[in-house]
Design a protein around this ligand. Structure first.
Ligand code: ADP
Length: 551
């Protein structure tokens, strides 16, 4: 027993030493984990490339007790590995003598090829050096670890000792862990920088565009107002950015137009167009489009809006000249026709004529009247399509339909047609030109009267549709109906269905005019027809919003 005492003391001491070593080891591991943790949290918080690089160098040098560290990134385009940051080096290889190594060359080439850590001793006289000047660094030991992001090597993290040093397995594990953390963070930072550059480029394009561009977010707040928009509205971007569009200092008239246009396309694909005359007399045309995310995801409210406005004064001027030319040409054509017609009417009334001669004269007079009608209708169509002089006022539809129907009653009576007017109570107004809408309805009624055999039934009807956002105006008859293959062409200029050619004279322009009127009001036309049963022709128009809502 006595003999065992010194042995027991030694065992105790070695136990204490082992415990101490273990405690140290645990402490080192905890420090390493803490360092990895610091890198993980810090680098993932920053999208600034330089900050990330500095944090990574700090962290790696706090765990691996060597003098120097460096981070190189792969420049795919140049096919090079570029030193981005260094700490503790003697020479400046980042700015003074940029270290760019062809991918695959030097010791770094070995790291990339093996996708593994490479450990070296002193580099003096090492013939693998791709950058000879690096041989002047007092390197006594070096470990280089590949940095990964999204499964790819993006660069290399190196630690360099200025005295002979053996890297422990634990240190190499930490080096690799930090390298990968930094790899992902750097990749994110690079991606972010690229996105920022892309954004800056896009913004420069948008800012210098000749068209005025305004964009809003999902809360209708303006988030883009380019220089052309500033010039157009004489408002600085700073005064409108972040403000709700309808609370911005843009002219109220413009805001009212925009609100109406947005109501027309909200929830749908595509865009709508508005025409504006500014106070300085210039004409601007605006295309208003809802933005959906993801693209094409319609049917819900827009994520925002884009408004692109273009100066179309020169086009308006050209259009005006064209209308003027057509009008004066039509006038010049009409005059001699009028003279010929009066001469023939005089012949007819003043002179006794043989029956044959009278019939020939009748045909000639008919031809001239039809030519006059054609000129009139062409003029109307030209005028409507040009949009010149179109009014944009609230139109009381009950009043419009009642007047138009009443006006046509005598003509219907001539053909013994019965007439019904069906008006939904409290019809909302549409915004537009009452004269043009009346002409469209007259054309539809005239067709119903003309093509329905005597004693038919004609109905003029108006009701709200499209969830209350639209109004439908339609004329129904129990006439001959139209075959489906002809229906698709009905609204084209000069189109006439072959079978009706003999029923009644016409120009083939009446429905083209109806279509043009509907489109100028932001609406559309339709036809439903069944041979032997009858036809329904109509216009669908957006309900008008009154300017006062724009506050
Ligand atoms: P127009 O009546 O002068 O020929 P429109 O453009 O008004 O020209 O009509 C085009 C064609 O559509 C007509 O020629 C006729 O064949 C057909 N159509 C129009 N309305 C009706 C109707 N209510 N019933 C049957 N056919 C019609």
């Amino acid at each position: 027993m006595h003999d065992e005492r010194p042995n027991q003391g030694e065992a105790h001491r070695s136990l204490v030493e082992r415990n101490l070593r273990l405690t140290e080891e645990v402490k080192r591991r905890v420090d390493q984990l803490a360092a990895i943790n610091t890198v993980a949290t810090t680098v993932s918080q920053s999208l600034d490339l330089n900050v990330t690089l500095e944090v990574a160098l700090d962290a790696v040098l706090s765990v691996i007790r060597v003098e120097a560290a460096g981070i190189s990134l792969i420049d795919e385009e140049a096919g090079e590995l570029v030193l981005m940051a260094q700490r503790g080096w003697v020479q400046d290889f980042v700015t003074e003598k940029p270290m760019r190594i062809k991918l695959g060359k030097g010791i770094s080439g070995q790291v990339l090829a093996t996708d593994d850590v490479v450990i070296t001793g002193s580099l003096a006289g090492d013939d693998r050096l791709a950058v000879p000047a690096f041989g002047n660094e007092p390197v006594q030991a070096m470990a280089m670890a590949p940095m990964h992001a999204h499964g790819k090597i993006v660069g290399i993290l190196s630690v360099i000792s200025h005295h002979p040093y053996t890297f422990s397995d634990g240190e190499i594990t930490v080096l690799c862990a930090i390298a990968d953390q930094v790899g992902v963070a750097l990749d994110n930072a690079r991606l972010y920088e690229r996105v920022r550059e892309e954004q800056a480029r896009l913004s420069a394009v948008v800012q210098s565009a000749a068209d005025a561009i305004i964009a809003t977010d999902s809360h209708s707040r303006i988030n883009l107002f380019n220089r052309a928009a500033e010039r157009l509205f004489q408002v600085g971007a700073d005064d409108v950015l972040g403000r709700p569009l309808f609370d911005s200092p843009l002219p109220r008239r413009v805001l009212a137009e925009l609100r109406r246009a947005m109501a027309r396309v909200e929830g749908r694909e595509g865009s709508t167009v508005i025409d504006l005359q500014m106070e300085n007399g210039e004409f601007w045309s605006g295309v208003i489009s809802p933005v959906y995310a993801p693209p094409g995801h319609t049917g819900k409210s827009a994520e925002g809006w884009v408004i692109v406005m273009q100066n179309v004064s020169h086009l308006k001027e050209a259009e005006r000249s064209r209308v003027q030319f057509v009008q004066s040409a039509a006038h010049d054509l009409r005059n001699p026709l009028g003279t010929a017609l009066s001469a023939m009417a005089m012949l007819q009334s003043e002179f006794e004529m043989a029956e044959d001669m009278a019939r020939i004269l009748e045909i000639a007079i008919d031809g001239i009247v039809r030519m006059q009608d054609l000129i009139d209708e062409l003029l109307n169509l030209e005028h409507i399509e040009s949009g010149v002089g179109m009014k944009h006022q609230p139109v009381d539809l009950s009043d419009l339909l009642t007047r138009t129907g009443t006006e046509m009653v005598p003509l219907m009576a001539e053909h013994h047609h019965s007439f019904t007017l069906e008006l939904e109570p409290d019809l909302p107004p549409v915004l537009g030109d009452a004269r043009w809408l009346r002409r469209a309805l007259e054309n539809l009624l005239a067709n119903a009267i003309k093509y329905t055999p005597d004693g038919g039934k004609i109905t003029l009807r108006a009701f709200t549709s499209g969830d209350g956002k639209e109004v439908t105006l339609e004329v129904e008859d129990n006439g001959p109906g139209i075959p489906p293959d002809a229906q698709v062409h009905l609204f084209e200029r000069f189109y006439r269905v072959a079978v009706t050619e003999d029923v009644a004279p016409g120009t083939g322009l009446g429905l083209a005019i109806v279509k043009s009127v509907a489109e100028k009001h932001g609406g559309r036309v339709f036809v439903r027809s069944k041979v032997g049963e009858g036809s329904t022709f109509g216009l669908v128009l957006p309900v008008g919003q009154v300017d006062d809502e724009c506050h």
